[in-house]
Structure formats: structure tokens, C-alpha cells
Design a protein around this ligand. Structure first.
Ligand SMILES: *Cc1c(COP(=O)(O)O)cnc(C)c1O
Length: 459
């Protein structure tokens, strides 16, 4: 039977809702989700994308493949370790277990011994202080940007909360005199960065009502530039790591250790936003600052992200002198940036355990990477080519991480992304490059199978 207007035959919603498979899916998925899948499928039939006969099977297929959220796990075959579009750092197995364990009721603010209230985040803090003995205290907030906002807001004039009382007799402590609106943050012009997606650190800081006093020029800033700018309105000195770009050639910048002297002279807080979370210097990334060195050089507090080189969940870590960190923790804004229990669990597990996929990918054995690449190339009849990985949005701009990749035709990239498992390869100069640096070795075979399926689907 052929109807002139096939749309009249599109199965009705109540008919679809009563199909046994759809009723069964109701135990897993909400009615709203089921109805939206039905409605999308009916629309697809109405617009001729699928035939009327395909409506019921399509609804059933979509319902069964629907995961709990719309986020699709992917294998990162780009060679970019901290890939912002892929959620930055992948968590280690122990961090994943810690997150899973924290999902229900958990003693995040209770001492089970006494039944009394305890300090939220104590475990994460202890893990941080063990990993970084240079820090007297630590605080975890939602992300690096939140940490920066909170720190510049809370530390305005005077190095710590107790500084006003302790040093009240000190004559040159103009900056913590409450009659002066100390709201100027002194920062080098070369360090006013945009961190991605159009978000700029200077705009962020100005939302706090602070004013930025830019010193120096784009390529060169000297200690004297800072010294000249300090006045009664100075709130703090800020040093920002230019994490996502590099100025080359005729450049000069002032290090934390030099700024310390100036900060002492004027009793100002010295803040260092480091971006990536290295605890100690990493010889493979010589230009990347680390927490221990910045604190040893005299920063009152340092700020790092949890999900860059640290390899943890999205978080902003604030470490430093106890008076400064206490003052930050007590600021009302700190409550608005409070970390979730899942994040606290993941941070603690990331720091307390040695297993760390980000560090593994960074320090991968290049010969082993080549062997793995050759094996996968054999499975998919591809060619192994030299290929540099990258740290990614998380830092070390322009630093190549030498390695290997399996070269395939460019047109495989799309079916690979849309396959199951979804594989995100690097598309570069008309080629599809599979870099196994960030792929767990146990998934090599799945990559091979995915490529062969993508080939089949593409052919
Ligand atoms: C990444 C970065 C930030 C922002 O941190 P998020 O965790 O992404 O909010 C701030 N400052 C610097 C120097 C950075 O590299």
C-alpha cells in the first residue's frame, strides 16, 4: 500500500511508547529522554531522512545505545596530552575508583570517630602538603581561574591576615592602612594572557573591582618597572606564567625571587599563577615553572590547575604561606568556589598514588611507542611515520615531544570519530595520524579494529 503522503503513516507517539523495548528502556531512561528520542525520530521520518518503516527500529536502537549522559568516551590518538576539547587530563585508575567511592554518602565533613563535623577537604590538603613540603597550607577550589579570582580578591595589601595587627607599629605599612583603597594589582604587560575560548585573565581579575596596573612592555619587563609602579593603592604583585605562548628574541622578565625583595620592601603579597601543576622541575619541560621552586623563590601563594600536567580533575590549587592561605580560605567568595566531594576524592587519589596517565604519556618510552605503532600499523596496513606529540593547552607551548604515529588516509578521521569506540586522530596535511602516546597500551587492538571498521564503512 502506497500512501501519497507518507507522513500520515508515521507511527504515533503512544504506539511507540507501548513497544515492549521502549517500555523496558523506561527502567533506565527518563520519560522526557524517551519522548525526545521518539520526537527526533518522527521528525527524521517527516523530513524524509529515514523511511516510515525505519521509525520504530530507529527509536529502539537509539534507546539501547543511549549512555547515561551524552558524553562519549573517546580514545585520544592525537598525541596531545592535555587536550582541552577532550576534557584535559584523564584520571588514573585509583582516582576513578576514588570518585566512584565518593559518589554516595561519604564522610567528607564528618569525623567518624567522634561523629562530629570535620574539615572539608582535609585529605586532599594533606596529600598536597606531603607532595609539596615547601607549602605551609593549601586550598582546593573549582579551577585555576576561580583560584586566581579568589586570591587577588582576598589578598589586598599586607601579606597575611595577621599582618595588620602584628606590624601595626611599622611605619611604612601604608598598604594595609584601611583608609587607602588598595585595589591595584601590578602585573607585567607580557603576562596578560587569554586562556582560551576568548577568556582573558585581565578581564577576569577586573570583575573583582580590582584595577590592573600593567608594567613593562610586551617583550620586556624589568624589576624597576614594578618598583616604579608601587604606590599607596597597590594591592599585590602578580606573576603569571605565559602558559600557552612563547615570546622569543629580545625579551626580559622578572623572576619570582627578584619580586620577593620588592614585595618585602613594601609588605605586599606576591602571587604566582603557574598554570600547569608540576610539583617539582621536570627536565623534559625546562621552561615550565613548578610549585616547589616558586614557593622557595618567595611567592606567598602559587596557583595551579588540577587537570593539566598534574593529571587530576578540574580544580584550582592554591598553595603557600599559612597566613595567606587562611585569609583566602576565609573570604566569602571561597564558599562560592567550593570543590565537590568527587573532585576532592580525585585530587587526593591523584596526588597520593604514583600511577598517572598524564605523566606516563609525557615520559613515554619512544622505542616502545614505535613498536606499538608498528604493531598497529601491521593490523591496519598503515605506515609508521615520525610524529611529535604535544603537552597541549596545559602548557609547554612549542615544545615537541618526539614520537611516532600510524599514517592513514585523511577520510578515515570522521568515521573513526563516529565509531564505537570513538577514536580521535590528528588530521594534519591531508593525513589521518594515529598517535598512541595517550592511548592505553591495552587499547591498541581496539584502535586497530576501529580503523578496520572505519575502512569497511568508508569503502
Ligand atoms: C590554564 C591557566 C589558567 C586557568 O586555569 P583553569 O584551571 O583552566 O581555570 C590560569 N592561568 C594560567 C597561567 C593558566 O595556564
Amino acid at each position: 500500500m502506497v500512501d501519497a503522503d507518507p507522513r500520515r503513516n508515521i507511527p504515533r507517539t503512544d504506539h511507540l511508547l507501548n513497544l515492549p523495548e521502549v517500555v523496558a528502556a523506561g527502567e533506565r531512561l527518563s520519560q522526557a529522554t524517551i519522548r525526545s528520542i521518539i520526537s527526533e525520530t518522527q521528525t527524521a521520518a517527516r523530513t524524509g531522512e529515514i523511511t516510515v518503516a525505519e521509525v520504530a527500529p530507529t527509536v529502539i536502537r537509539h534507546l539501547s545505545s543511549r549512555s547515561a549522559s551524552s558524553l562519549t568516551p573517546v580514545l585520544n590518538a592525537t598525541g596531545i596530552i592535555v587536550h582541552t576539547n577532550l576534557g584535559r587530563a584523564p584520571l588514573s585508575e585509583s582516582a576513578r575508583r576514588a570518585v566512584a567511592d565518593a559518589t554516595g554518602y561519604v564522610d567528607v565533613e564528618m569525623d567518624l570517630e567522634t561523629g562530629r563535623r570535620s574539615k572539608r577537604g582535609a585529605g586532599a590538603k594533606q596529600a598536597l602538603l606531603r607532595a609539596c613540603p615547601e607549602a605551609e597550607d593549601a586550598l582546593v577550589v573549582n579551577n585555576g581561574a576561580a583560584a586566581l579570582l579568589l586570591v587577588v580578591t582576598a589578598l589586598r595589601g599586607g601579606r597575611g591576615a595577621s599582618a595588620v595587627a602584628d606590624d601595626a607599629t611599622d611605619d611604612d605599612r601604608t598598604n594595609s592602612d584601611n583608609s587607602v583603597a588598595a585595589d591595584e594589582i601590578i602585573v607585567s604587560r607580557g603576562e596578560l594572557i587569554e586562556i582560551g575560548a576568548g577568556f582573558r585573565l585581565p578581564d577576569l581579575m577586573m570583575t573583582t573591582g580590582a584595577r590592573l596596573r600593567e608594567v613593562g612592555t610586551t617583550n620586556r619587563t624589568h624589576l624597576d618597572d614594578y618598583a616604579q609602579a608601587i604606590g599607596t593603592e597597590t594591592a599585590s604583585l602578580l606573576k603569571v606564567h605565559t602558559s600557552n605562548f612563547r615570546v622569543e628574541g629580545f625579551t626580559a622578565s622578572v623572576e619570582v625571587a627578584q619580586l620577593r625583595g620588592l614585595a618585602d620592601e613594601h609588605d605586599l603579597p606576591l602571587i604566582a599563577d603557574l598554570g600547569s601543576g608540576l610539583f617539582e622541575p621536570d627536565p623534559s619541560l625546562p621552561d615550565e615553572p613548578d610549585i616547589a621552586s616558586a614557593l622557595a623563590a618567595g611567592a606567598d601563594v602559587v596557583i595551579v590547575s588540577g587537570d593539566k600536567l598534574l593529571g587530576g580533575p578540574q580544580a584550582g590549587l592554591i598553595l603557600g604561606r599559612s597566613d595567606a592561605v587562611q585569609r583566602i580560605a576565609k573570604h566569602p567568595l571561597a564558599r562560592a568556589m567550593r570543590t565537590d566531594k568527587l573532585t576532592l576524592a580525585a585530587i587526593e587519589a591523584t596526588i597520593a598514588n604514583t600511577e598517572n596517565p598524564v605523566q606516563d604519556a609525557l615520559h613515554i618510552d619512544v622505542d616502545q611507542l614505535r613498536e606499538r605503532s608498528e604493531r598497529v600499523a601491521g593490523l591496519v596496513s598503515g605506515t609508521v611515520v615520525a610524529h611529535d606529540g604535544r603537552v597541549g593547552g596545559g602548557g609547554a607551548p612549542g615544545v615537541p615531544l618526539p614520537g611516532w604515529a600510524v599514517e592513514l588516509p585523511e577520510e578515515l578521521a570522521r568515521p573513526l570519530r563516529l565509531g564505537d569506540p570513538a577514536v580521535v586522530a590528528r588530521v594534519h596535511q591531508g593525513r589521518c595520524l594515529i598517535d598512541l602516546r595517550c592511548v592505553p597500551e591495552a587499547d591498541d587492538d581496539r584502535i586497530g579494529e576501529a580503523v578496520n571498521r572505519a575502512r569497511g564503512n568508508h569503502a
